[in-house]
Every structure is written in C-alpha cells, then in structure tokens.
Write a protein that binds this ligand. Structure first.
Ligand SMILES: C[S@@+](CC[C@H](N)C(=O)[O-])C[C@H]1O[C@@H](n2cnc3c(N)ncnc32)[C@H](O)[C@@H]1O
Length: 216
C-alpha cells in the first residue's frame, strides 16, 4: 500500500473509536523496567503508553507510524496521561528512523501486513533489535496467495488483507531476516476476510547474538 494512502486512511480513523487490532501482542510482550521498546504501527498510542508505564522512568518507548493523524492523536494521548518517556516517530516500516541495536523489545499489532516490502520490514526489525532483544508481533497471513487483481484494490486495502502473504512466505521472510527460531504464541483458525481467507497469529523470536543477520 502506498504511504500516502495509508496516511490518508489512518488519519481519518485516528479520531474514531473503531478497534484497529487483530491480536494481543502487548499481552505477551512483558516489557521490563529500564527496557527500550518499539511499537511498529503505534496508531493512537495505547500500547506505547502501556509499555511506558511498564518500563518506568529508566526505560523508553518509541511509537512508529506513518499516519500524521495517528501520530498527533498518540502524542495527545501520551500528554493527557503525563507520559514523558516516549517518542512518536514518523517512519515507514521498511526504513525505520532508529539506530542499529536500539531495542530490547519490538512489538506490533496488525501492521506488518501493510508493509509494501515485508522483507525490508523484517530486516529493519532485526537491525534495530539489540543482541538478545526480542519481538512479539500480532499480524495476519493469507491461506493462499492474494490474487494479483486485489493487491491494489482500494476496498481490499481498506479491509487490511490486500498485503497479506502466506504462512510459508511469512516464515521464510523471518528466517531470511535472521530469526532462525520463531515461537508461535497463538494462531487462529482460518476465517474469511474480504475475498480471501486469512488467519491471525502472535509470534515471537529473539535476535540471537550467534546470528550473523547476513541478509540485512
Ligand atoms: C491496523 S492499525 C493498528 C494500530 C495499532 N497497532 C493498534 O493495534 O491499535 C495499523 C497502523 O499502522 C500504521 N501503518 C500502516 N502501514 C505502515 C507503514 N508502512 N509504516 C508505518 N506505519 C504504518 C497505520 O498508520 C496505523 O496506525
């Protein structure tokens, strides 16, 4: 999906009450006092604020999003709760505006499927994690390849399934990025979404100091 379209679509949703999530990554992430955490596709900032409270004043949380409306709403929400150990950064998943080896923990909820280049997004997650840092990510995958005709279809994009990849492709991308062992925390049965079948899952992996990250 084009960044401009994402910005428009999600900026409109920033002030609505509709649920944007497809999983519960935050419930499994267990951020610790003093950790540096990153939420990719931080939306209205809810998970960033929760993590900021968990990591305490010695920790820090970055919220990453491309939508101006979402970033503005997230900043407003953090200020409302007087949360200061956070920063909301406008950045694309494929080119994160964060230095190498920044994060102890990366989370994301229902966002990776939006990346136009998912391999680049996973490579970036690997790059910004510290050695032994971990991710806990909720997302969807498709049960069969999304037909070409839907990949740029505005309705399919709006319904958040146009960019999904199959389970096998998903796991291959993770491996290629450097995550050799992936833990599947929860996985739904396939369900209908628009014109295809998808499943939701929450997955986790650690950047092992033994890995070379050769594909980055
Ligand atoms: C489905 S919403 C999920 C928001 C939040 N994680 C939640 O669970 O409430 C997806 C979010 O990811 C952002 N997003 C989509 N594509 C992105 C990209 N390529 N780079 C950065 N952010 C992106 C959108 O602006 C939106 O805020």
């Amino acid at each position: 999906m084009e960044v401009k379209e994402i910005n428009n679509r999600y900026s409109q949703l920033a002030e609505s009450d509709c649920c944007l999530s497809c999983g519960g990554a935050i419930n499994y992430a267990e951020p610790l006092i003093g950790e540096v955490c990153v939420d990719l596709g931080s939306g209205r900032g809810t998970d960033v604020i929760r993590m900021a409270e968990s990591v305490g004043e010695t920790g820090f949380v970055y919220g990453i999003d491309v939508s101006d409306g979402m970033l503005a709403k997230a900043k407003h929400n953090a200020a409302k709760f007087n949360i200061t150990n956070v920063s909301f950064v406008k950045s694309e998943l494929e080119k994160l505006e964060l230095p190498d080896n920044t994060a102890d923990l990366v989370i994301s909820n229902c966002t990776i499927n939006h990346a136009s280049d998912k391999q680049a997004a996973w490579n970036e997650i690997y790059r910004i994690l510290k050695n032994n840092g971990r991710f806990v990510i909720s997302d969807i995958y498709s049960t069969s390849p999304v037909p070409e005709e839907y990949k740029n279809d505005p309705v399919a994009i709006a319904e958040c399934w146009a960019g999904s990849v199959t389970r096998i492709e998903y796991l291959l991308q993770l491996e290629k990025a450097g995550f050799s062992t992936v833990n599947i925390i929860e996985e739904s049965a396939p369900y209908e979404k628009g014109k295809i079948n998808v499943a939701s899952w929450t997955i986790a992996a650690t950047k092992s100091s033994g890995n070379c990250g050769c594909n980055n």
